[in-house]
Design a protein around this ligand. Sequence first.
Ligand SMILES: [Zn+2]
Ligand SMILES: [Zn+2]
Length: 282
Amino acid sequence: MQNIHVDFWGVRGSVPSPGPKTNKYGGNTSCVSVTVGNKILILDAGTGIRNLGTSIITKPDIEIFVIITHSHWDHIQGFPFFTPIYQPNRPVYMFPTLHKKNVVLSSLIDQMDGAHFPVTPDQVPANFTFISENPLEFLADNGFNITLVPMNHPGGAYGYKIIAEDKTICYFTDNEIDPPYPKSIEFDDLVKECKGADILIHDAQYIEKDMPLKHGWGHSLINQVTDLGDKAQVKNLVYFHHDPERSDDDIDAEFENARYEFRKRESTVKPFFASEGMRISL
Ligand SMILES: [Zn+2]
Ligand SMILES: [Zn+2]
């Protein structure tokens, strides 16, 4: 069995939020990677992907697999700044039919249209390989067994349950656990999907005082994520996709509350609030 490293490169939702109040947890938007041996699976291409690119630029033997949950800006905007795509012959695998509609090509690639970004895809030297036939089989052959899990999110999104080696990592972001609109997934089914997972990474953008204004915007309350992690008895629970308005002090306070809550419930769940540079190794 090889070690698995889960790295957090961007942990914010909606829009980058740099500045003195967000230095500790970071201001870049969604990007998480799962590394096994020389293969790196990239989950979302928010602005966090820029630093990921820098970290592997001198490691040309690393094969890159990019999947996204949906094409909102905070999940695609960093891709043109992902420097490995400017390295000749760097293998970069993408999966345009993973969601049945062409989310990957129409967002990651098409934003490089000369108007929104100066470099166009035909000028990119990396070896883009689009796997359209049986993408899940291709990913499984490369060591990532993936199940798509529909999320409750305006416009739709998919979460990923990833089994690599014998570990389970659930990346469920941009999910509103209790939306006012028809659900794509019920709470009990979410629990089933992540039951006993080694890591659950879940959208935790809001707190009670954001409501009722932001009910229906596609994100979950921190205390709903606590309930999900507890019910599913995951080993490590990562609160993710922090609101751009949430300061480091605010997040510290929420983290303390979550730790208190799990102690009170005598739960074995280990909570984390995602921060840039954080790594969980399994
Ligand atoms: Zn988002
Ligand atoms: Zn979204």
